[in-house]
Design a protein around this ligand. Structure first.
Ligand code: DAH
Length: 357
């Protein structure tokens, strides 16, 4: 028994991993292990011999078992120590530059204008970029023969032969979201609808995909004066100037009557664009009183409700505010451009903190 004890305790001390421990356990105290075999021999002993050999064997078994358990725990501790030694982390290292990723100027402009209109009680509505020609044209009082359809350089979705779903287009403006918002929310209503729009056009100030924000306010007594005030407040807040002169020019859109295009006073002195001073005017948006047919198409009674709408080019606003001369660069995904013109991603624009820091 002393030999067995010395042999197994020695092996346990030498064991290098859990597999070795398990092998020793089976060989020593397993069902067919050496200690079990010895226990079977008890039957052949005299009662006197058995009285000393029995307890001694049990003691041996207990001793080997606790040595196995102790060694197992020691191996686990050593493994943990080894992990802690190799998987360390220096928490005093400097953090990665937080301007690694930036907010695109269009996203920034969109956040800014959303903050401004939210303050005036407008909520944000969205619609699909692929829409039916009914939402994009007919519902907005632009029937099939209307020249505006051709002017807009529309992308039509391909239709397989026998496909009798209504024709779909890549929306040419955000105005269809007016209709969807009226259908969904009814009147009174105050929404802005920012998002991407598409037209087949490409030069320094045109890209096939660009961004607009639509505005729509409906109530029982909304007038052109409300439109003028709202746009003036918006432009002052957006360009962060105290005073700005806007010029309302009579115009024509099928979905508004009367319609106005709005220019902002500016100067181009020294090739630099300044808002709010100078002798030049820059067109920034289309607007007007919503046409009764459009209100009816949205499922609202035009004899009870009236209101104004406007459509602004977001990319254009961003170019103006941040002095970015070429629209095409907005969509080149050039990292150097994005780092130069991008905004810190975690600074949310709000009116109290200043819009663009
Ligand atoms: N949808 C027009 C465009 O893309 C812009 C526009 C003009 C929107 C007048 C309006 C509006 O809501 O009232 O050219």
């Amino acid at each position: 028994m002393d030999d067995l004890k010395a042999k197994y305790l020695g092996q346990i001390a030498e064991a290098a991993d859990e597999a070795a421990i398990e092998a020793i356990r089976l060989a020593a105290v397993g069902k067919k292990g050496e200690v079990a075999l010895k226990m079977r021999e008890l039957g052949k002993m005299t009662p006197e011999e058995r009285q000393t050999a029995g307890p001694a064997l049990n003691e041996l078994k207990d001793e080997i078992n606790s040595a196995l358990a102790a060694k197992k725990a020691a191996l686990a501790d050593a493994a943990l120590d080894e992990r802690l030694r190799s998987e360390w982390l220096d928490v005093t290292l400097p953090a990665r530059n937080r301007r690694q990723g930036t907010l695109h100027p269009i996203s920034q402009a969109r956040e800014e204008l959303t903050a401004i209109f939210a303050e005036m009680g407008f909520s944000v509505a969205e619609g699909p970029r692929i829409d039916t020609d009914w939402y994009n044209f007919d519902a907005l009082n632009i029937p099939g023969h209307h020249p505006a359809r051709a002017e807009m350089d529309t992308f039509y979705m391909h239709r397989a032969e026998g496909d009798n779903r209504p024709p779909h287009v890549l929306r040419t403006h955000t105005s269809p979201v007016q209709i969807r918002s009226m259908e969904k929310m009814g009147a009174p209503l105050r929404v802005i609808c920012p998002g991407g729009v598409y037209r087949a056009d490409y030069d320094q100030t045109h890209t096939p995909m660009f961004h607009q924000v639509e505005g729509l306010a409906l109530d029982r007594d909304i007038s052109m004066a409300n439109l003028k005030w709202t746009l003036e407040e918006f432009v002052k807040a957006f360009f962060e100037v105290d005073d700005v002169e806007l010029r309302f020019r009579a115009s024509h859109f099928p979905f508004t009557e009367p319609s106005a295009e709005v220019d902002i006073r500016c100067s181009w002195e020294g090739g630099q664009l300044k808002i709010g001073e100078g002798d030049d005017w820059l067109e920034i948006l289309g607007s007007g009183m919503v046409h009764p047919k459009v209100i009816a198409a949205g499922g609202i009674d035009p004899d009870v409700y009236q209101g104004f709408a406007f459509g602004i080019g977001i990319d254009r606003l961003a170019m103006l505010k941040y002095g970015i001369p070429d629209l095409r660069a907005f969509f080149d995904s050039d990292l150097r451009w994005l780092r130069h013109y991008g905004f810190a991603a975690l600074d949310m624009p709000n009116l109290h903190g200043g819009l663009s820091r």
